[in-house]
Write a protein that binds this ligand. Structure first.
Ligand SMILES: [Zn+2]
Ligand SMILES: [Zn+2]
Length: 345
């Protein structure tokens, strides 16, 4: 069977006709199989939703109980027959509950990896290499210039700055699903045991991580704390909040931003970031290319991000490769808008 008869890009997303479902659809569909909880992948309004328990819970937290007509929680490694295909979820190492979806029809296996990273992350199950015929990879950081390095070293930089400026507050911009919890967990691994403060927009999801057994130490809402008492502390906030009036409640804040984009100094300068921290929940160039090679796939489909360089790299290695041209997927490392009711939290 030709791979394109199993999975095909359509305006609603990646469509599996023989299985009767879409993966991460951007428009409402009858049956959706969802890789992870980021809002561009996990949208409300579908009929049936199949996803990990964590992804379903995150959708419920964000959209309310009626985000789909029916839901089915799928465990890693569990195999499910849908129409003429079998699907299996494997850890993607991107955020808590994130999954790659292996779709097998007759003897052809396609792995839709969603967003993924092969780097260590104390807040989620490690990425698993899944041997397949066709590997669908993201390309958020699909250029050789992107090498993230060790996230623990970036957290050391943050702690050095806190030690150097005890009279200032440190505000760390971090995407509120995944990145914020990972930064907190890395701070704890580095031995930082003081309370960590949270912007209101990240409280719900962060406390949810704790209910799933991710230990994050003592957390406090930043709201209502006296300005002077925030000297020498660390607060996590959505990236958009670190450049707005919300920051006035902090004494002389040092603004940090945890993102793979912080490798590009011009980006940090543009955003007025004093302390760029190169911490990403996406694979870097080495991670992408090593993963592609490890899957043993003879064909690679490249989606959301910088497709061209990765397609070129695959072809130079003798692999069939093409960009997928899926639309509707954002880049959570760069942007996050805070809902109006949370803006002053
Ligand atoms: Zn994502
Ligand atoms: Zn994505």
């Amino acid at each position: 069977m030709r791979p394109q008869d199993i999975l095909m890009p359509v305006p609603a997303g990646l469509c599996c006709e023989p299985g009767g479902f879409h993966i991460d659809p951007v428009r409402p569909v009858d049956r959706a199989v969802i890789t992870h909880g980021h809002s561009d992948h996990a949208r409300p309004g579908h009929g049936a939703v199949l996803a990990t328990q964590e992804t379903l819970d995150m959708m419920r937290l964000r959209y309310g109980d009626d985000f789909a007509k029916t839901t089915q929680a799928v465990r890693y490694g569990e195999e499910i027959q849908l129409g003429d295909v079998r699907i299996k979820f494997h850890p993607a190492g991107h955020v808590l509950g994130s999954a790659q979806i292996a779709v097998t029809c007759k003897d052809t296996c396609i792995v839709a990896s969603g967003d993924y990273k092969d780097a260590a992350d104390p807040t989620c199950t490690p990425f698993e290499v899944v041997p397949c015929d066709v590997f669908i990879t993201e390309a958020t950081f699909g250029l050789p210039v992107f090498r993230h390095g060790d996230a623990a070293d970036e957290v050391k930089k943050l702690l050095a700055s806190v030690a150097l400026f005890p009279e200032r507050a440190h505000l760390v911009g971090a995407y509120s699903l995944g990145k914020a919890q990972r930064v907190i967990a890395l701070l704890r691994e580095a031995g930082y045991d003081a309370p960590i403060y949270l912007h209101g927009a990240m409280e719900k999801i962060t406390y949810y991580y704790e209910t799933r057994g991710i230990a994050l130490g003592e957390l406090r809402p930043a709201k209502g704390v006296k300005k002077a008492d925030l000297a020498g502390t660390i607060t996590l906030a959505p990236p958009s909040a670190t450049s707005d009036i919300w920051t006035r409640r902090f004494p002389d804040p040092v603004t940090a931003f945890a993102s793979g984009w912080m490798r590009v100094r011009a980006r940090a300068r543009q955003r007025g970031i004093e302390l760029p921290l190169v911490i990403s929940d996406h694979a870097d160039w080495d991670g992408l290319t090593a993963t592609i090679a490890a899957t043993g796939a003879g064909e690679v489909w490249v989606t959301h991000g910088q497709e061209d360089a990765l397609v070129h790299w695959c072809k130079s290695r003798g692999l069939a490769a093409r960009p997928l041209d899926l639309v509707g997927y954002g880049d959570e490392e760069e942007h996050e808008t805070v809902a109006a009711d949370e803006a002053e939290a």
